[in-house]
Write a protein that binds this ligand. Sequence first.
Ligand code: PAF
Length: 319
Amino acid sequence: MRIVVLGAGAVGSLIGAMLHRAGEDVVLVGSPAHVEAIRAGGLRIEGRLEGTFAIAAETRLAPGTSTDLVWFTVKTFDLARATEQAARELPGSIPWVLAQNGLGVEEVARAALRSAGRVADPDRWLVRAVNTIPATLVAPGIVRQPGDGEIRLADPNHAGTSGPSVRLVAASLLRAGVPVRFVPDIDRAAWRKAVVNAAINPVTAEHDILNGQLLQDPWRTEATILLLEALSAARLAGYDFSLEELERDLWETIRATAGNRSSMLQDVDRGRPTEIDSISGYLLDTARRHSVTLPATERIVERIRRRTASASHPRQQRS
Ligand code: PAF
């Protein structure tokens, strides 16, 4: 099966490598430096998956590219541009896998598919994937997988019109040995992950620390306060998580990804924009609509925004 990965940075390259290893015809679309390194010496994956893979890599999506499936692993702030381009250049009726951190990503992709007028029923093709497999872009052409995780997909039997698309995506991942978990409510899974990201990512990005350092104070307390505020936003949005389940998720994720630099910290490292708006910013907007304030979240969002204010939005972002 032909699979295009748009925005192949750390996560996209890792998923692409696993699919390629299983015999899929994968094309990574990434930044010029990453693509140049892959073309010169292959894609090197270190950590849990070890190997060098001779994968096709491009810096842009060529008009008329044919593919059976497309993974979007661009950053959330670059998703509108990437989906609009894909709606123009790719075949209309293929599954689109959205693997972003954060919330509100389906609306962006749906709008791109509708505005291109190519697809009558966008929801048939959109597949939300919630990824917990950690990955770090060590250098162009080199990705490290420092821990374990899984890809959560909607249970295809309860996924409405998108069920067949979910099944196709799941089958390719399972063939590649990628841990997949089917969940009854994928929106709930996306919120659950966003709450955990809201506690981990800004703190690691602000203090330049590995995920595992959040197990110690003062960062442990800061992450816990952010988790509590994120929980109140989730409840306002109708997700009745318990504090116990979210705390368990938070500390399990931190332990499983202890050696990782969070994706937000990697963005700050590279002077790029971050996903603060689609993670913590989305929680703030949800709370505001109910006249509720989240003071600690507000403060850290401001600090991260100030820190990355001068970051430009490169043409091809990666997650
Ligand atoms: O954004 C990230 O970095 C990841 O979602 C996670 C799970 C926090 C691991 O670093």
